[in-house]
Design a protein around this ligand. Structure first.
Ligand code: ASP
Length: 580
């Protein structure tokens, strides 16, 4: 038997017990005639003691141990004279009587400590060692617990987990596909699924009225901190439901996860229309941990000779609480922030509402204090607050002001990782017009149902049609999204026409779906949660990478196995591929 106990298990109640432990040497230190070793496994750390006086030969053997050596020891549980209250096993130690070196280790390229000295690249190259570190291991434990709890909740609700294929053909969901060349069918390609969307809808036609799958999805998009080329969704679909039913079931899942995993009771999720989210926060995923909502002040600024505002389509402000005392330097920093290329504002205008009630602004030349006061009042600003104003084309400016709001929120410490504000954003527009391509695109995907009351507008004003689509947002992160689907083949055909598909193109790509709808397709809808994002929010991480066992780096590479990589000429030939 390699071990009778784990390294996280033994307590004072086990005093004098004979035990066998196996694990990695976290640390070894000499202290007079004694050697102390911290032995680590997945469950914790237990202190081992080797005593020169009672067993010199054994002590000599222990003196050779290096970091990360794998050993097995037999010994007796004893009370520690020097207890360590920070360790669950800190009251005991093991008086070792036998030591077996199971596998010596080379010195690891970075320290296997909570705060490692290894940089990102090194840790990724030796990810198997990085995964030995407590914080990383804890993230994977959390991920497991969340996936397990999700399965348990959904199973309880009669959902069936059904696997769908990974070698598929492309579905148009906006992103680029990863493709896999077919050896047997020259010149043809599979695509890796961006989501199991069509399969889960077909499962509804088959009568599996509650489906879920914790499933890998693939999107060949530009990478960001919260994106990976392959990621995991909790993918769900239900039949005989309306939007309300879906929101209830998955609000239930979210509450269940917060309760079972974090012991937090989440209140009922507020709902916000897409239009309000854009108007008040400039984003369809507002961070509602703090207020600082936008106020539009265009009407208050007009006609006073300030051309910048007069010519702008949209002028809006946020009130930064207690920031009236910002120095010139701090204001310059904020101006630089909004002028950065990624944000792209032309400039930033401010009004200081000093603590003594006086008002000073960067546009004093054009506006009297009384006029400025009307802006402050609209924003409900109090003495001591700072009004920050951006202007320009509506949508662009809303996005810029959203970034500024988040930045100020961070600076003021209003984005606490231990506070969780969940909400539903509903009533998304069905379509989005692309000026460049001069055509409509589905905002969610082409299978999303318009709101019945809006569907007559499909012919006259498609841009105004709202969808039965919803997103769940936590702390400014879109953690899930879904919609009620079209289940009627004529409406689906009409949707494809609106999206600019010819009848033939629609038939070639989605004929199977429209055909399936002719065989008694039930009304249905669904949602998919990003498991990686959900775990990273629960873990309080900024990046999803640390809750994935083997993630890709910023450039989409796995530096440990060195993927992607070139393949042999014979393999290329077999796949009927030629490199230029
Ligand atoms: N397939 C959608 C997505 O991946 C989710 C859904 O509509 O259920 O975003």
């Amino acid at each position: 038997m390699y071990r009778t106990n784990t390294c996280g298990e033994l307590r004072l109640t086990n005093l004098d017990k004979k035990t066998t432990l196996a694990g990695w040497v976290q640390k070894a230190r000499k202290f007079g005639g004694m050697i102390f070793v911290d032995l680590r496994d997945r469950y914790g750390i237990t202190q081992l003691v080797f005593n020169q006086e009672t067993n010199a030969a054994l002590c000599e053997q222990a003196a050779k141990l290096g970091r990360e050596w794998l050993i097995q020891v037999h010994g007796i549980v004893a009370e520690r004279s020097n207890k360590n209250p920070n360790l669950p096993t800190g009251d005991i130690e093991i008086i070792v009587s036998e030591l077996q070196i199971l596998n010596p280790a080379e010195t690891p390229p970075f320290t296997i400590e909570d705060e490692s000295d290894g940089g990102d690249d090194l840790r990724m190259k030796y990810r198997y060692l990085d995964l030995r570190r407590n914080p990383v291991r804890a993230n994977l434990e959390l991920r497991h617990a969340m996936a397990f709890a999700t399965r348990s909740y959904l199973n309880e609700q009669k959902f069936m987990e059904i696997e769908t294929p990974v070698l598929v053909s492309s579905t148009p969901e906006g992103a680029r596909d990863f493709v896999v060349p077919s050896r047997l069918h020259e010149g043809q390609f599979y695509a890796l699924p961006q989501s199991p969307q069509l399969f889960k809808q077909l499962l509804m036609v088959s009568g599996f009225d509650r489906y879920f799958q914790i499933v890998k999805c693939f999107r060949d998009e530009d990478l960001r901190a919260d994106r990976q080329p392959e990621f995991t969704q909790i993918d769900c679909e239900m039949s005989f439901v309306e939007q309300e039913d879906i929101l209830n079931i998955f609000e239930g899942l979210t509450k269940y996860l917060f309760k079972t995993i974090k012991g937090i009771d989440i209140p009922d999720l507020p709902r916000m229309s897409y239009a309000d989210a854009m108007r008040l926060y400039g984003s369809d995923k507002p961070d509602t941990r703090f207020g600082m909502q936008f106020v539009e002040i265009k009407d208050l600024t007009e006609g006073k000779g300030f051309g910048v505002f007069d010519s702008a389509e949209y002028v809006a402000a946020i009130s930064a609480e207690g920031c009236a005392g910002y120095t010139r330097k701090q204001l310059d920093e904020l101006t630089e922030f909004v002028k950065r290329q990624q944000i792209g504002a032309k400039g930033l205008i401010y009004v200081r509402y000093e603590a003594d009630g006086s008002i000073k602004s960067s546009v004093d030349k054009f506006y009297t204090p009384e006029e400025l006061k009307t802006w402050l009042d609209r924003a409900n600003a109090q003495p001591g607050d700072l009004l920050l104003i951006l202007c320009g084309e509506t949508e662009k400016t809303q996005k810029q002001l959203c970034e500024l709001r988040l930045e100020i929120g961070s600076r003021l410490g209003l984005r606490d990782k231990n506070q969780f504000n969940c909400l539903w954003v509903v009533d998304f527009p069905l379509l989005e017009f692309d000026e460049e391509l001069n055509r409509y695109f589905a905002k969610h995907h082409p299978f999303t149902s318009p709101k019945i009351e809006d569907s007559p507008l499909l012919d006259t004003n498609p841009g105004a049609v709202r969808a039965n689509a919803y997103d769940m947002v936590i702390n400014g992160v879109e953690v899930g999204g879904g919609s009620i689907r079209i289940f009627n083949s004529e409406l689906q055909q009409k949707m494809f026409t609106t999206l600019g598909f010819t009848k033939e193109q629609a038939q070639a790509q989605f004929g199977f779906l429209m055909n399936a709808f002719k065989y008694g397709a039930p009304p249905h809808g669904g949602i998919a949660f990003g498991l990686d994002r959900l775990v990273s929010i629960f873990a309080g991480l900024d990046s999803i990478r640390d809750c994935i066992a083997f993630p890709k780096n910023n450039a989409g590479r796995d530096v440990m196995i060195d993927a992607p990589s070139a393949i042999a000429p014979e393999q290329l030939k077999e796949l009927h591929l030629k490199l230029e």
